[in-house]
Design a binder for this molecule. Structure first.
Ligand code: ZN
Ligand code: ZN
Length: 437
């Protein structure tokens, strides 16, 4: 909600973004005190930097003082109104938003600046006050596209899908130009708007076709929303084709597609796409949404998957991995260790390979086990003396266990592997499990 115009929030997110972890900070003052101070305190002459002061008070949650100051301000700026409305929304304080609304109505700037109507609609919408949001829209002296978009967003947020789509249609009828946000909000409304006669998929496809005709179909924001919609509807192939044709993708678009696979029972594809994302040249940093999606829906379901965090980035390996750009280097490194081990009398434990193939082939498969790749990756990409920490979603196999013990000694590294059963702490050729796990 902090973006400047356009008034809608950045594409991020309707279902992709989550509120920050932990309870929201509540203001230390009661709602009634805030409003009382706004309504009844005699105005005191505002300090010279009062606008700035109100904004600072809002940022630190001191809403009662901010509200009192706002009341006495002769000329609150757009930014000051925005700060108080954002703070009211964050604090869940509908009465404060209504008090700001009253203050705005008395301010001539409200009639000329549609941005303020937009902010007010946004605040009411996030407070669940849809009737008040509608009222602001109806009374808005200037109904710019941003005001329309704010209403669409409010309606979609409140699951008033049919009404949102009706308003989107009104925009066309009244020749209000639609933009990527209008389409995205409309798409978000489709599921709530579906009826037994018109399924959500038909509505999404209709808006999709419309957006394409108007040149918005490949807009990152619209396309990402389309991927989310098709994901929810279980039409993975449509999401794939949207993703494949996008000229520009950001971390949200990648996450939407990864989520589409993950939530539609295609955990392997989700992980492969994640690897592609991390390996891409676009310098995309997966966010907590990406990681949560994978942890919740994919990692546990794919056989032989190991992951390691290096410099705050998660790297994932599936057995016999060929997507990782460093794969040849990793395999060469593992090969070196194994040659060394064989000189010391080690015999690869091919018992873990269940296929009926030549011994040499079995050894190759063993070398490609995800956990070995993760260890090699850790050795290459972390500094000497750093502990290598790996997670694996299955029980560690005998061969990986032996090889990791050897590497811990030979490379003089502590390696900690958490497998599905327990922690293995490898140090100086010995594992904390005492080889029983
Ligand atoms: Zn293994
Ligand atoms: Zn062990």
């Amino acid at each position: 909600m902090s973006a400047p115009a356009p008034a809608s929030p950045p594409a991020s997110l309707f279902h992709l973004s989550r509120p920050a972890a932990g309870p929201r900070a509540r203001p230390r003052v009661s709602r009634s005190r805030c409003v009382a101070s706004l309504a009844s305190q005699p105005p005191t002459p505002p300090p010279a930097n009062a606008n700035h002061l109100v904004q600072t008070l809002c940022a630190s949650g001191r809403l009662a003082r901010a509200a009192a100051l706002l009341q006495g301000l002769p000329a609150p700026t757009q930014r000051t109104y925005k700060s108080v409305l954002l703070a009211a929304a964050r604090a869940g304080d509908a009465a404060l938003a209504a008090a700001v609304h009253r203050r705005l109505k008395a301010d001539p700037v409200f009639r000329s600046d549609p941005f303020l109507s937009t902010r007010l609609i946004d605040a009411y919408a996030s407070l669940g006050e849809l009737p008040a949001a509608r009222q602001v829209f109806d009374e808005a002296p200037v109904k710019s596209i941003f005001v329309w978009n704010a209403l669409l967003k409010a309606l979609a947020l409140a699951d008033h899908g049919e009404e949102a789509l009706a308003r989107l249609a009104d925009m066309g009828r009244l020749r209000v130009p639609v933009d990527s946000y209008s389409y995205a909000h409309g798409l978000k409304a489709c599921i709530a708007a579906s009826t037994s006669h018109v399924p959500a998929s038909a509505l999404v496809r209709e808006i999709h076709a419309h957006a394409v005709r108007r040149g918005y179909g490949l807009h990152t924001h619209v396309a990402t929303t389309l991927i989310d919609c098709y994901a929810k509807l279980g039409i993975v192939s449509y999401a794939e084709s949207v993703f494949a044709t996008m000229p520009e993708r950001n971390v949200v678009s990648w996450t939407a597609m990864i989520g589409c696979y993950a939530k539609n029972e295609r955990p392997g594809d989700a992980i492969l796409l994640f690897q592609e994302m991390v390996a891409s040249d676009e310098d995309l940093v997966p966010n907590s949404v990406t990681i949560d999606l994978l942890e919740e829906h994919a990692l546990e379901k794919v056989p032989g998957c190991s992951w390691i965090e290096v410099k705050k980035r998660l790297h994932m390996f599936v057995s016999v991995d060929n997507k990782n750009p460093q794969i040849e280097e990793l395999q060469a490194l593992i090969g070196e260790f194994v040659t060394q081990m064989k000189n010391d009398g080690y015999v690869p434990d091919t018992g873990a390979v269940l296929y009926d193939i030549e011994e040499e082939e079995k050894e190759k498969i063993l070398l490609g086990h995800s956990e070995k790749l993760a260890v090699a990756f850790g050795l290459i990409n972390t500094g000497r003396g750093e502990v290598i920490r790996i997670t694996k979603n299955l029980r560690l196999c005998e061969d990986c266990h032996s090889v990791t013990k050897f590497i811990s000694k030979y490379a003089e590294r502590e390696i900690i592997v958490r497998d599905v059963n327990r922690f293995h702490h490898f140090r100086d050729g010995i594992c904390s499990c005492g080889d029983y796990w």
